[in-house]
Design a protein around this ligand. Structure first.
Ligand SMILES: Cc1cc2nc3c(=O)[nH]c(=O)nc-3n(C[C@H](O)[C@H](O)[C@H](O)COP(=O)(O)OP(=O)(O)OC[C@H]3O[C@@H](n4cnc5c(N)ncnc54)[C@H](O)[C@@H]3O)c2cc1C
Length: 648
């Protein structure tokens, strides 16, 4: 089934700066001369009518004074910047203060270069472009593994392998472990553990092909490009291939890498090929009617389907790399590379104890073989019923549980979509079996959010997609936040979901929406604290999907729920866990209370008539509902309205 059909170099270019959708940046403009555009326009949220209404609202309190006022609105932080720093949202160790809305708007006005444009510019510089065309291969070619931890259907790895084979030199694989990156990107220990276990498997599989995997730990993340160059020099390598990652730090790092490798004397110059691979359709290829990136999923998805149908090579898969020339392992220059150990997780990113290790490893076997096994099983047994079961968290087989594999790159989206399509009675991605169609469209959501990062890079910098929503005054109530994280809100469905994440590193999609809405709206807590908490605990923590999911639930992102649509946790609970089966699985206090009916389990104190049962709940310490939903909803609507009426 996983027949790879690439046997020769594809015609598509390795990177496509020319296809960038963005207008030429005006970044050379002196900052002081930049015009501060209105913080929000319909270009951002696509709703000019509501914008107008917001501006005429007069009962808003005066805006707080900005302690860091500067004459340049693009350099002045947002007036609420201290909150985001005090509560661990903006990590000042790595990043500047939260930007002003005007600065976010400047990205939208093409006044600041988007990081992908910076990378494309580095790749298009005459120096680097001509080297890519003409530099002869020296003694080795390198593939740099990042979030593409697989041999099958890995475009960058395949291109590197082709290059090495053509030149008759060995392929060397590299992985860079940057503890600072893990910290800055809030990687969960469970995810780091999964990644290190996957590296062990990758190393074994590569070893069978006589390809070494070198794992380099680099203390300072700013030094990654220089260290890669040093390593390549020591191996006599001239060409490096890697997949493009679409987050801001990574795009900027790769721009630096491309230039750094090209620097130096004739014999020190090297080439970096940064290739699109993680999405079926590369970001920038789909343009809305106005020529920009889509901010709404449905039209984006229609365009995505059309693009894939018109360019069927998007779904062509890549062979695994060819074995290195025999004897590579015995060559003095390379032999030590085969003995490189996989390091331990760095300080602060280790699992707590052996119990956690045993539990998490049993739950989440690592590596691409497991990813392919799960995919096959899901496609054979469950995908057909996906549409009916996907929203029911009690049904473990209702969804694929493949997100950790997509996030770590142990599975490619191409392979997954082809596997699903192969089970259908049509080649059309949006035809045939409803479950298959629906699953493919969910895999596409992941891709949509990656495209969003590229178009609106400030979402990677703690700003909401709609900058105006930065003006909402959030709560930072520590005891409320703690109750939410510990699953002690008194709403059984919320508590079950939050306990599931603590116990397994995973939460069902429906419940991610419910708990996120509860935090942002019922508790009015800054949604970015929840976003951070998810990243720190999820095995599948992926910046784009997590940010997109939180943006949707808190009504601050692309394609969001309107802010006045607030999930009612009780109704969600009754609809998606009608028998309370999921609740009882995770909320110990309610598990064996057989006297609680199916209806009562969703709100035990409020609905259970039995004094006896309520007493037992109290003895067990199960909390009463921490907020009254109707009142909390009103409070949220007021806060959103007030925030949107501010002009900061
Ligand atoms: C607040 C919030 C935070 C989220 N954080 C993450 C995250 O950090 N990492 C992550 O991978 N997903 C995240 N999601 C999306 C989604 O919840 C998970 O991808 C899904 O629950 C994973 O389970 P599964 O693999 O069984 O999914 P399936 O239902 O089998 O879907 C198949 C694949 O499609 C993709 N997918 C499905 N739904 C979505 C979605 N709504 N958005 C983006 N991709 C989707 C995932 O890659 C998933 O593995 C988040 C959603 C919300 C609402």
């Amino acid at each position: 089934m996983f027949r790879a059909i690439r046997t020769s170099t594809p015609k598509r270019s390795v990177f496509s700066p020319s296809t960038a959708i963005f207008q030429k940046s005006k970044s050379t403009m002196a900052p002081s001369k930049r015009k501060a555009s209105a913080p929000q326009t319909s270009r951002i949220n696509g709703d000019p009518s509501t914008d107008k209404k917001r501006k005429t609202t007069t009962d808003a309190p005066p805006p707080p004074t900005n302690p860091n006022a500067s004459s340049d609105p693009l350099r002045t932080p947002h007036p609420f910047y201290k909150d985001s720093e005090a509560h661990g949202i903006v990590l000042r160790k790595f990043y500047p203060s939260e930007m002003s809305n005007a600065r976010a708007q400047a990205y939208n006005n093409n006044e600041l270069p988007r990081p992908i444009e910076t990378l494309y510019a580095a790749l298009a510089e005459p120096e680097t472009a001509s080297l890519r065309k003409s530099l002869p291969v020296r003694q080795a070619v390198v593939h740099w593994f990042k979030m593409d931890l697989r041999l099958h259907d890995n475009r960058s790895l395949w291109l590197a392998s082709q290059k090495a084979q053509e030149a008759g030199v060995p392929l060397i694989c590299l992985y860079v472990l940057s503890p600072e990156d893990l910290e800055a990107h809030l990687r969960a220990p469970i995810r780091v553990d999964f990644m290190l276990r996957t590296l062990e498997i990758l190393k074994r599989d590569l070893d069978a092909l006589e390809i070494p995997l070198w794992v380099e730990t680099v203390g300072k993340r700013a030094e990654v490009p220089s260290r890669i160059k040093e390593l390549m020099k020591s191996w006599g390598a001239s060409h490096l291939f890697c997949a493009m990652e679409y987050e801001v730090d990574e795009l900027r790092r790769e721009a630096k890498l491309v230039k750094r490798l090209a620097e130096g004397e004739e014999d020190e110059r090297m080439v970096a090929q940064v290739v699109h691979d993680t999405c079926v359709v590369m970001p920038g290829a789909l343009k809305s009617g106005s020529g920009g990136q889509y901010a709404v999923y449905s039209p984006w998805y229609r365009a995505w389907i059309k693009h894939v149908e018109e360019n069927p090579d998007c779904l062509e898969m890549y062979e695994k790399p060819v074995a290195n020339p025999p004897g590579t392992r015995d060559r003095r220059q390379f032999s030590h590379l085969f003995d490189c150990p996989i390091p331990e997780a760095p300080e602060g990113k280790r699992l707590r104890d052996d119990d956690e290790k045993v539990r998490f490893r049993a739950l989440w076997p690592a590596g691409e073989h497991e990813a392919l096994r799960r995919l096959e099983k899901f496609c054979d047994e469950d995908i057909g019923k996906y549409a009916e079961r996907r929203d029911m968290p009690a049904k473990q087989e209702g969804t694929s549980n493949l997100s950790v594999h997509f996030a770590s790159g142990t599975l490619s989206a191409r392979t997954a979509i082809r596997a699903a399509r192969d089970r259908n009675n049509t080649k059309k991605l949006n035809g045939g079996n409803e479950g298959i169609q629906r699953w493919i469209s969910e895999v596409a959501w992941r891709e949509f959010y990656k495209h969003v990062l590229v178009g609106w890079p400030y979402v990677c910098m703690n700003k909401p997609f709609k900058p105006l929503y930065s003006n909402i005054e959030w709560s930072y109530n520590a005891s409320h936040f703690r109750a939410w994280t510990q699953g002690r809100t008194g709403f059984p469905i919320i508590d079950a979901a939050m306990r599931q994440v603590l116990a397994t590193g995973y939460m069902h999609n429906r419940l991610r929406m419910v708990v996120a809405s509860f935090l942002a709206k019922d508790l009015l807590i800054d949604w970015r604290m929840g976003e951070r908490y998810f990243m720190e605990h999820l095995i599948d923590g992926d910046f784009a999907s997590n940010n997109g999911g939180w943006g949707f639930a808190a009504s601050v992102g692309v394609d969001p729920q309107p802010y006045f649509r607030v999930f009612n946790p009780l109704l969600q609970s009754e609809k998606f866990d009608p028998d309370g089966e999921y609740i009882r699985r995770w909320v110990e206090e309610l598990r064996d209370l057989d006297d609680l009916s199916k209806k009562e389990v969703h709100d035990p104190y409020g609905r259970c008539g039995s004094e006896e049962v309520r007493k037992r709940l109290e003895e067990r310490g199960y909390p009463r509902q921490m907020v009254e939903h109707a009142g909390a909803r009103e409070r949220a609507l007021e806060a959103y309205k007030r925030g949107l009426a501010r002009d900061l």
